[in-house]
Write a protein that binds this ligand. Structure first.
Ligand SMILES: [Zn+2]
Length: 414
């Protein structure tokens, strides 16, 4: 029997050092792989390739390059790694090696912890492709869910963005007109829309609130950037629920591009939507704006009416404003209602009220009103007559702004 020429590939990254995770150390990887070789091969010779302190996001590592060089010269029969991420963190590139390059060179690839052995998949026909792709997508979506935003990890899988217009939240890259890059001013609003949806805002409520707060619409952004010269039908452009819905279901925000959604009935005929399964989806095409988990959560909530929540209107709503941005606070929550600023998702609005307990705010307001305002009447009337605005700050500090004729009251901060 011929001797199997095994390459053992080991990588220790800088991140590994920091966490002092012993399971990823060079010694551990070496022991695991040598043990595996001894148990699974009769006759073999082992060469070790070790990269210390290199990231897995590309193949610019001396040992991996040496390994690939030897592989291409057909000096290796088998490559052994602890897990895929040791070899490559760019799953698209990893896929190319595992699906095309190594099979072409006749090299067997084993990833011990992933229970992946290319030899075991041989003869499995079409199954290889599907199983393996699923595995890749699995790994890939895990990556997204841990917010790996590194653009290095994002490569085109297939397809190019060919539409003339970029979707709201993105713009065409100045270097490559088929590539999309994040337009941060628009992206903030997209993230905001998703955050509100997770909180249970319906698209109608979000649209209404945006119009109230005069949030710029996608068209207005385009006009501002000189991309269109459209004029509004009415007085101005407004948000509506279908715009919000379109954004919430658009996979472009998780880094995918979806093409070939429509087909023509006959030559020159009308476009109609194809079944979802027939769309061409390119995954990992560009940097995502929204985590996969959030996106999936929102999709589950859509179409089922509203998400479970208590949409109460509190008597103080309308009086309460955010200390940072002066937006009207909203009342949220079920058993323990609280006030929050709807603008807090803006990265620029870090001092917005995240959560001010409703009971606390009520108490604090009552206390101040009663000690400052003479006269009878219910608390509701007192507040109605004497209080102009109640400013709430992030740390639940409360300042009451009295109506002008009551300015001679005592200090008003608690
Ligand atoms: Zn605010």
């Amino acid at each position: 029997m011929a001797v199997c020429r095994i390459a053992v590939y080991i990588r220790l990254s800088k991140e590994d050092d920091k966490t002092k995770d012993e399971s990823g150390s060079i010694t551990t990887q070496r022991l695991l792989l040598r043990k595996y070789a001894a148990e699974h091969f009769a006759e073999y010779e082992l060469t070790e390739f070790c990269d210390d302190g290199y990231t897995g996001t590309n193949f610019e590592r001396p040992a991996v390059r040496e390994l690939l060089k030897r592989a291409k010269k057909r000096e290796l029969d088998c490559i052994l790694v602890k897990d895929f991420s040791r070899f490559a963190r760019d799953y698209i590139e990893l896929g190319a090696y595992l699906e095309q390059i190594f099979p072409f060179l006749g090299i067997r690839f084993i990833s011990v912890n992933d229970h992946y052995d290319s030899a075991a998949l041989l003869g499995n026909g079409a199954g290889i492709d599907v199983n393996f792709k699923n595995l890749l997508y699995d790994l890939y979506s895990k990556d997204i869910s841990v917010k790996v935003r590194s653009s290095l990890a994002v490569r085109k899988e297939k397809g190019q963005y060919v539409s003339a217009n970029s979707p709201f939240g993105y713009e065409k890259s100045p270097d490559d007109r088929h590539a999309l890059v994040i337009a941060e001013d628009e992206a903030q609003i997209v993230r905001w829309i998703f955050s509100l949806a997770v909180e249970g805002y319906t698209s109608v409520e979000t649209a209404r609130m945006f119009n109230e707060m005069q949030v710029q619409t996608p068209i207005e952004f385009k006009i501002k950037k000189g991309k269109t010269s459209r004029v509004p039908k009415g007085e101005k452009f407004l948000w509506n629920s279908s715009t919000i819905c379109q954004i919430l279901r658009n996979e472009v925000y998780i880094g995918n591009i979806v093409q070939k959604k429509y087909e023509k009935d006959f030559v020159g005929g009308k476009n109609h939507l194809k079944p979802r399964a027939q769309w061409l989806v390119g995954r990992g095409h560009h940097e995502p704006l929204i985590d996969r988990e959030i996106f999936d959560m929102v999709q589950k909530g859509r179409g089922k009416g509203r998400m479970p929540r208590d949409n109460r209107t509190h008597p103080l709503v309308g009086k309460l404003v955010c200390g940072a941005c002066k937006s009207n606070l909203r009342c949220r929550g079920g058993k323990n209602p609280y006030f929050s600023c709807p603008r807090r998702y803006f990265s620029a609005m870090e001092d917005c009220v995240v959560r001010a307990d409703a009971l606390f705010v009520e108490e604090a307001v009552l206390l101040q009103v009663q000690s400052n305002v003479q006269g009878g009447g219910s608390a509701k009337e007192l507040i109605e007559n004497a209080v102009d605005k109640i400013v709430v700050y992030k740390e639940q500090q409360i300042t009451i702004q009295w109506k002008p004729h009551l300015l001679n009251t005592r200090g008003d901060t608690i």
